[in-house]
Design a binder for this molecule. Structure first.
Ligand code: SF4
Length: 520
């Protein structure tokens, strides 16, 4: 038997070999060779495929197909040139292409090549395509060609979820999450290096155009030329981004040669090139009601644009918006005070006069701010040694305006309490008086109430849920595309997929179960 040779234990295991005593004894049985199923890879098989049976009745791919059929906006068909009655290749149905992308994202697949490959053998993809092959260029182009139509589809899905009572806009939690750009950490360069690389790229393009430079096939030449021209465009774009980056940093600006619109951002893994994805989540059923992508490393200016997106998607703003202390600064709180929206959020403590900060600087508790008397008429402070601290200047920090006062350096140098009051200070002890605007004072008073604190405690559970889902379940930990507009589309596809998954879980599947005939 052919497989008997594939059983090494029989030959090498002395225990499996019959002993001479066993051979001599007719009563001891020898273990026979196992009989295994043969594998024949030389055969050709023709099998009937019932495409409809490739996936079970409650497979999510059926839900996605059904939903796309109901909701796909007509604008997806607008660019199709093939028409009935005129010769030419037929176009792929946008219902199929959107379904493929949504299903692929739900399975952590975000590569057009990978989808094209899966369409050749994976039952769910084959059910969608009806066993038709799809070129990855078709998929890749479709993902980025329909920005407006995709926005409309996102809105249509929100409408459906609203009808199902899964969106109420009574309370929306908003948060930002950093997602890595398609750029390496070492792709960031200063102006001189970018110009040097650009010059080299130009020279390489010129050499490629020289017919005597190398003997290459036309196809290879075209591919190399295309790659070099794209590199040249990226370097050009990186140089154009430098002034914008320079406005946000005190050191010499650096832009990425791989994705010029990416920015260095801090995330849990440290600093890396990325984008700041802003997601608003309705607390009723954790549905994403707005998504945007920003180049800003901080969230400070992101709340008002987030509200505008929600209004554009659903025709109204939320009754209440809950955010963390990255969003609550004076500008935002004052802007929100003009809106009929209840803002709930934490506040960052910016004061350098906190007890912890003063202790670190060696200030004794007897010389903490409460020991200094403020005279509002003279606008001065008086220190425990009787010296006057006069007004020096003001600055806006966080939610407040901070007014600074300082004692004369000569008075402090000669003071017997200097070691306890301002041990390392040579300019004279300073005091900061913080003044909140009415809107900020009202916000702070509200946030001191138990009711507001109880609402704020729910924030992380709601706001961070879709962020984690998009990274862990959809696999969007790094963008595959480059540039703000294209990564915005990737984020939109991911959030659309997330919402459709919630619809399948909360609406489609329960309806399917309800329709199932009960076993008699
Ligand atoms: S060190 Fe300066 S501010 Fe402090 S108690 Fe003495 S005089 Fe007053």
């Amino acid at each position: 038997m052919e497989n008997a040779n594939l059983w090494p234990a029989r030959a090498e295991d002395p225990e499996s070999q019959p002993s001479s005593a066993q051979i001599e004894s007719p009563t001891v049985a020898v273990r026979p060779q196992p009989r295994l199923k043969p594998i024949n890879r030389q055969q050709s098989v023709l099998r009937p495929v019932d495409v409809e049976q490739l996936v079970e009745a409650d497979h999510p791919v059926r839900a996605i197909w059904e939903l796309m059929g109901r909701l796909l906006p007509e604008s997806f068909w607008a660019g199709i040139k093939a028409v009935e009655g005129i010769a030419g290749q037929a176009a792929f149905d946008p219902q199929l292409l959107t379904s493929l992308w949504v299903y692929a994202y739900s399975q952590q697949v975000s590569s057009a090549r990978e989808i094209a490959r899966l369409c050749q053998y994976h039952p769910a993809y084959q059910w969608l395509t009806g066993l038709e092959k799809i070129n990855y260029h078709t998929l890749s182009d479709f993902r980025i060609r329909h920005q407006e139509a995709l926005n409309q589809l996102f809105t249509q899905v929100l409408g459906l979820l609203s009808q199902a009572g899964l969106i109420t806009l009574e309370r929306v939690m908003h948060d930002g999450t950093k997602i890595k750009a398609f750029a390496a950490d070492n792709s960031f360069h200063r102006q001189a290096t970018l110009e040097e690389h650009l010059q080299k790229a130009r020279e390489q393009v010129e050499q490629m155009s020289d017919p005597e430079s190398e003997e290459l096939t036309q196809r290879v030449i075209q591919a190399r030329e295309r790659a070099l021209r794209e590199k040249q465009q990226r370097l050009d774009s990186a140089l154009k981004q430098l002034p914008q980056i320079q406005a946000t940093t005190a050191s010499e600006a650096r832009a990425s040669a791989s994705d010029p619109e990416a920015r260095i951002m801090q995330s849990k893994g440290g600093f890396a090139p990325g984008y700041n994805v802003q997601i608003s989540t309705d607390a009723t059923a954790k549905i994403i009601v707005g998504v945007g992508v920003s180049q800003a490393a901080a969230d400070a200016a992101e709340l008002v644009p987030a509200l505008e997106r929600i209004e554009a998607n659903l025709g109204q703003t939320p009754q209440q918006m809950v955010v963390d202390n990255g969003f609550t600064n004076q500008t935002t709180i004052e802007a929100m005070a003009d809106e009929p929206i209840d803002l709930i959020g934490a506040l960052a403590e910016h004061s350098a006069q906190t007890e912890g900060a003063l202790r670190k600087r060696g200030v004794s508790p007897e010389f903490f701010p409460q020991a200094f008397g403020y005279d509002p008429v003279a606008d001065t402070y008086t220190c425990p040694a009787g010296q006057t601290l006069t007004y020096e200047g003001k600055e806006k920090k966080g939610t407040a305006t901070r007014y600074r006062y300082r004692a004369k350096p000569s008075a402090c140098q000669a003071c017997p309490f200097k070691a306890q009051c301002c041990p390392e200070n040579k300019k004279g002890r300073s005091m900061v008086r913080t003044e909140d605007s009415p809107a900020v004072a009202a916000f702070k008073a509200k946030m001191r109430t138990e009711a507001a604190q109880a609402i704020y405690k729910q924030r992380a559970g709601v706001a961070e849920f879709p962020n984690a889902w998009i990274k862990a379940k959809i696999g969007l930990r790094q963008f595959r595309l480059r540039g703000l507009a294209k990564v915005g589309l990737e984020a939109l596809w991911a959030c659309l997929t997330y919402n459709i998954q919630q619809w399948i879980r909360l609406v489609w599947r329960p309806q399917l179960v309800a329709l199932k005939p009960s076993p008699s």
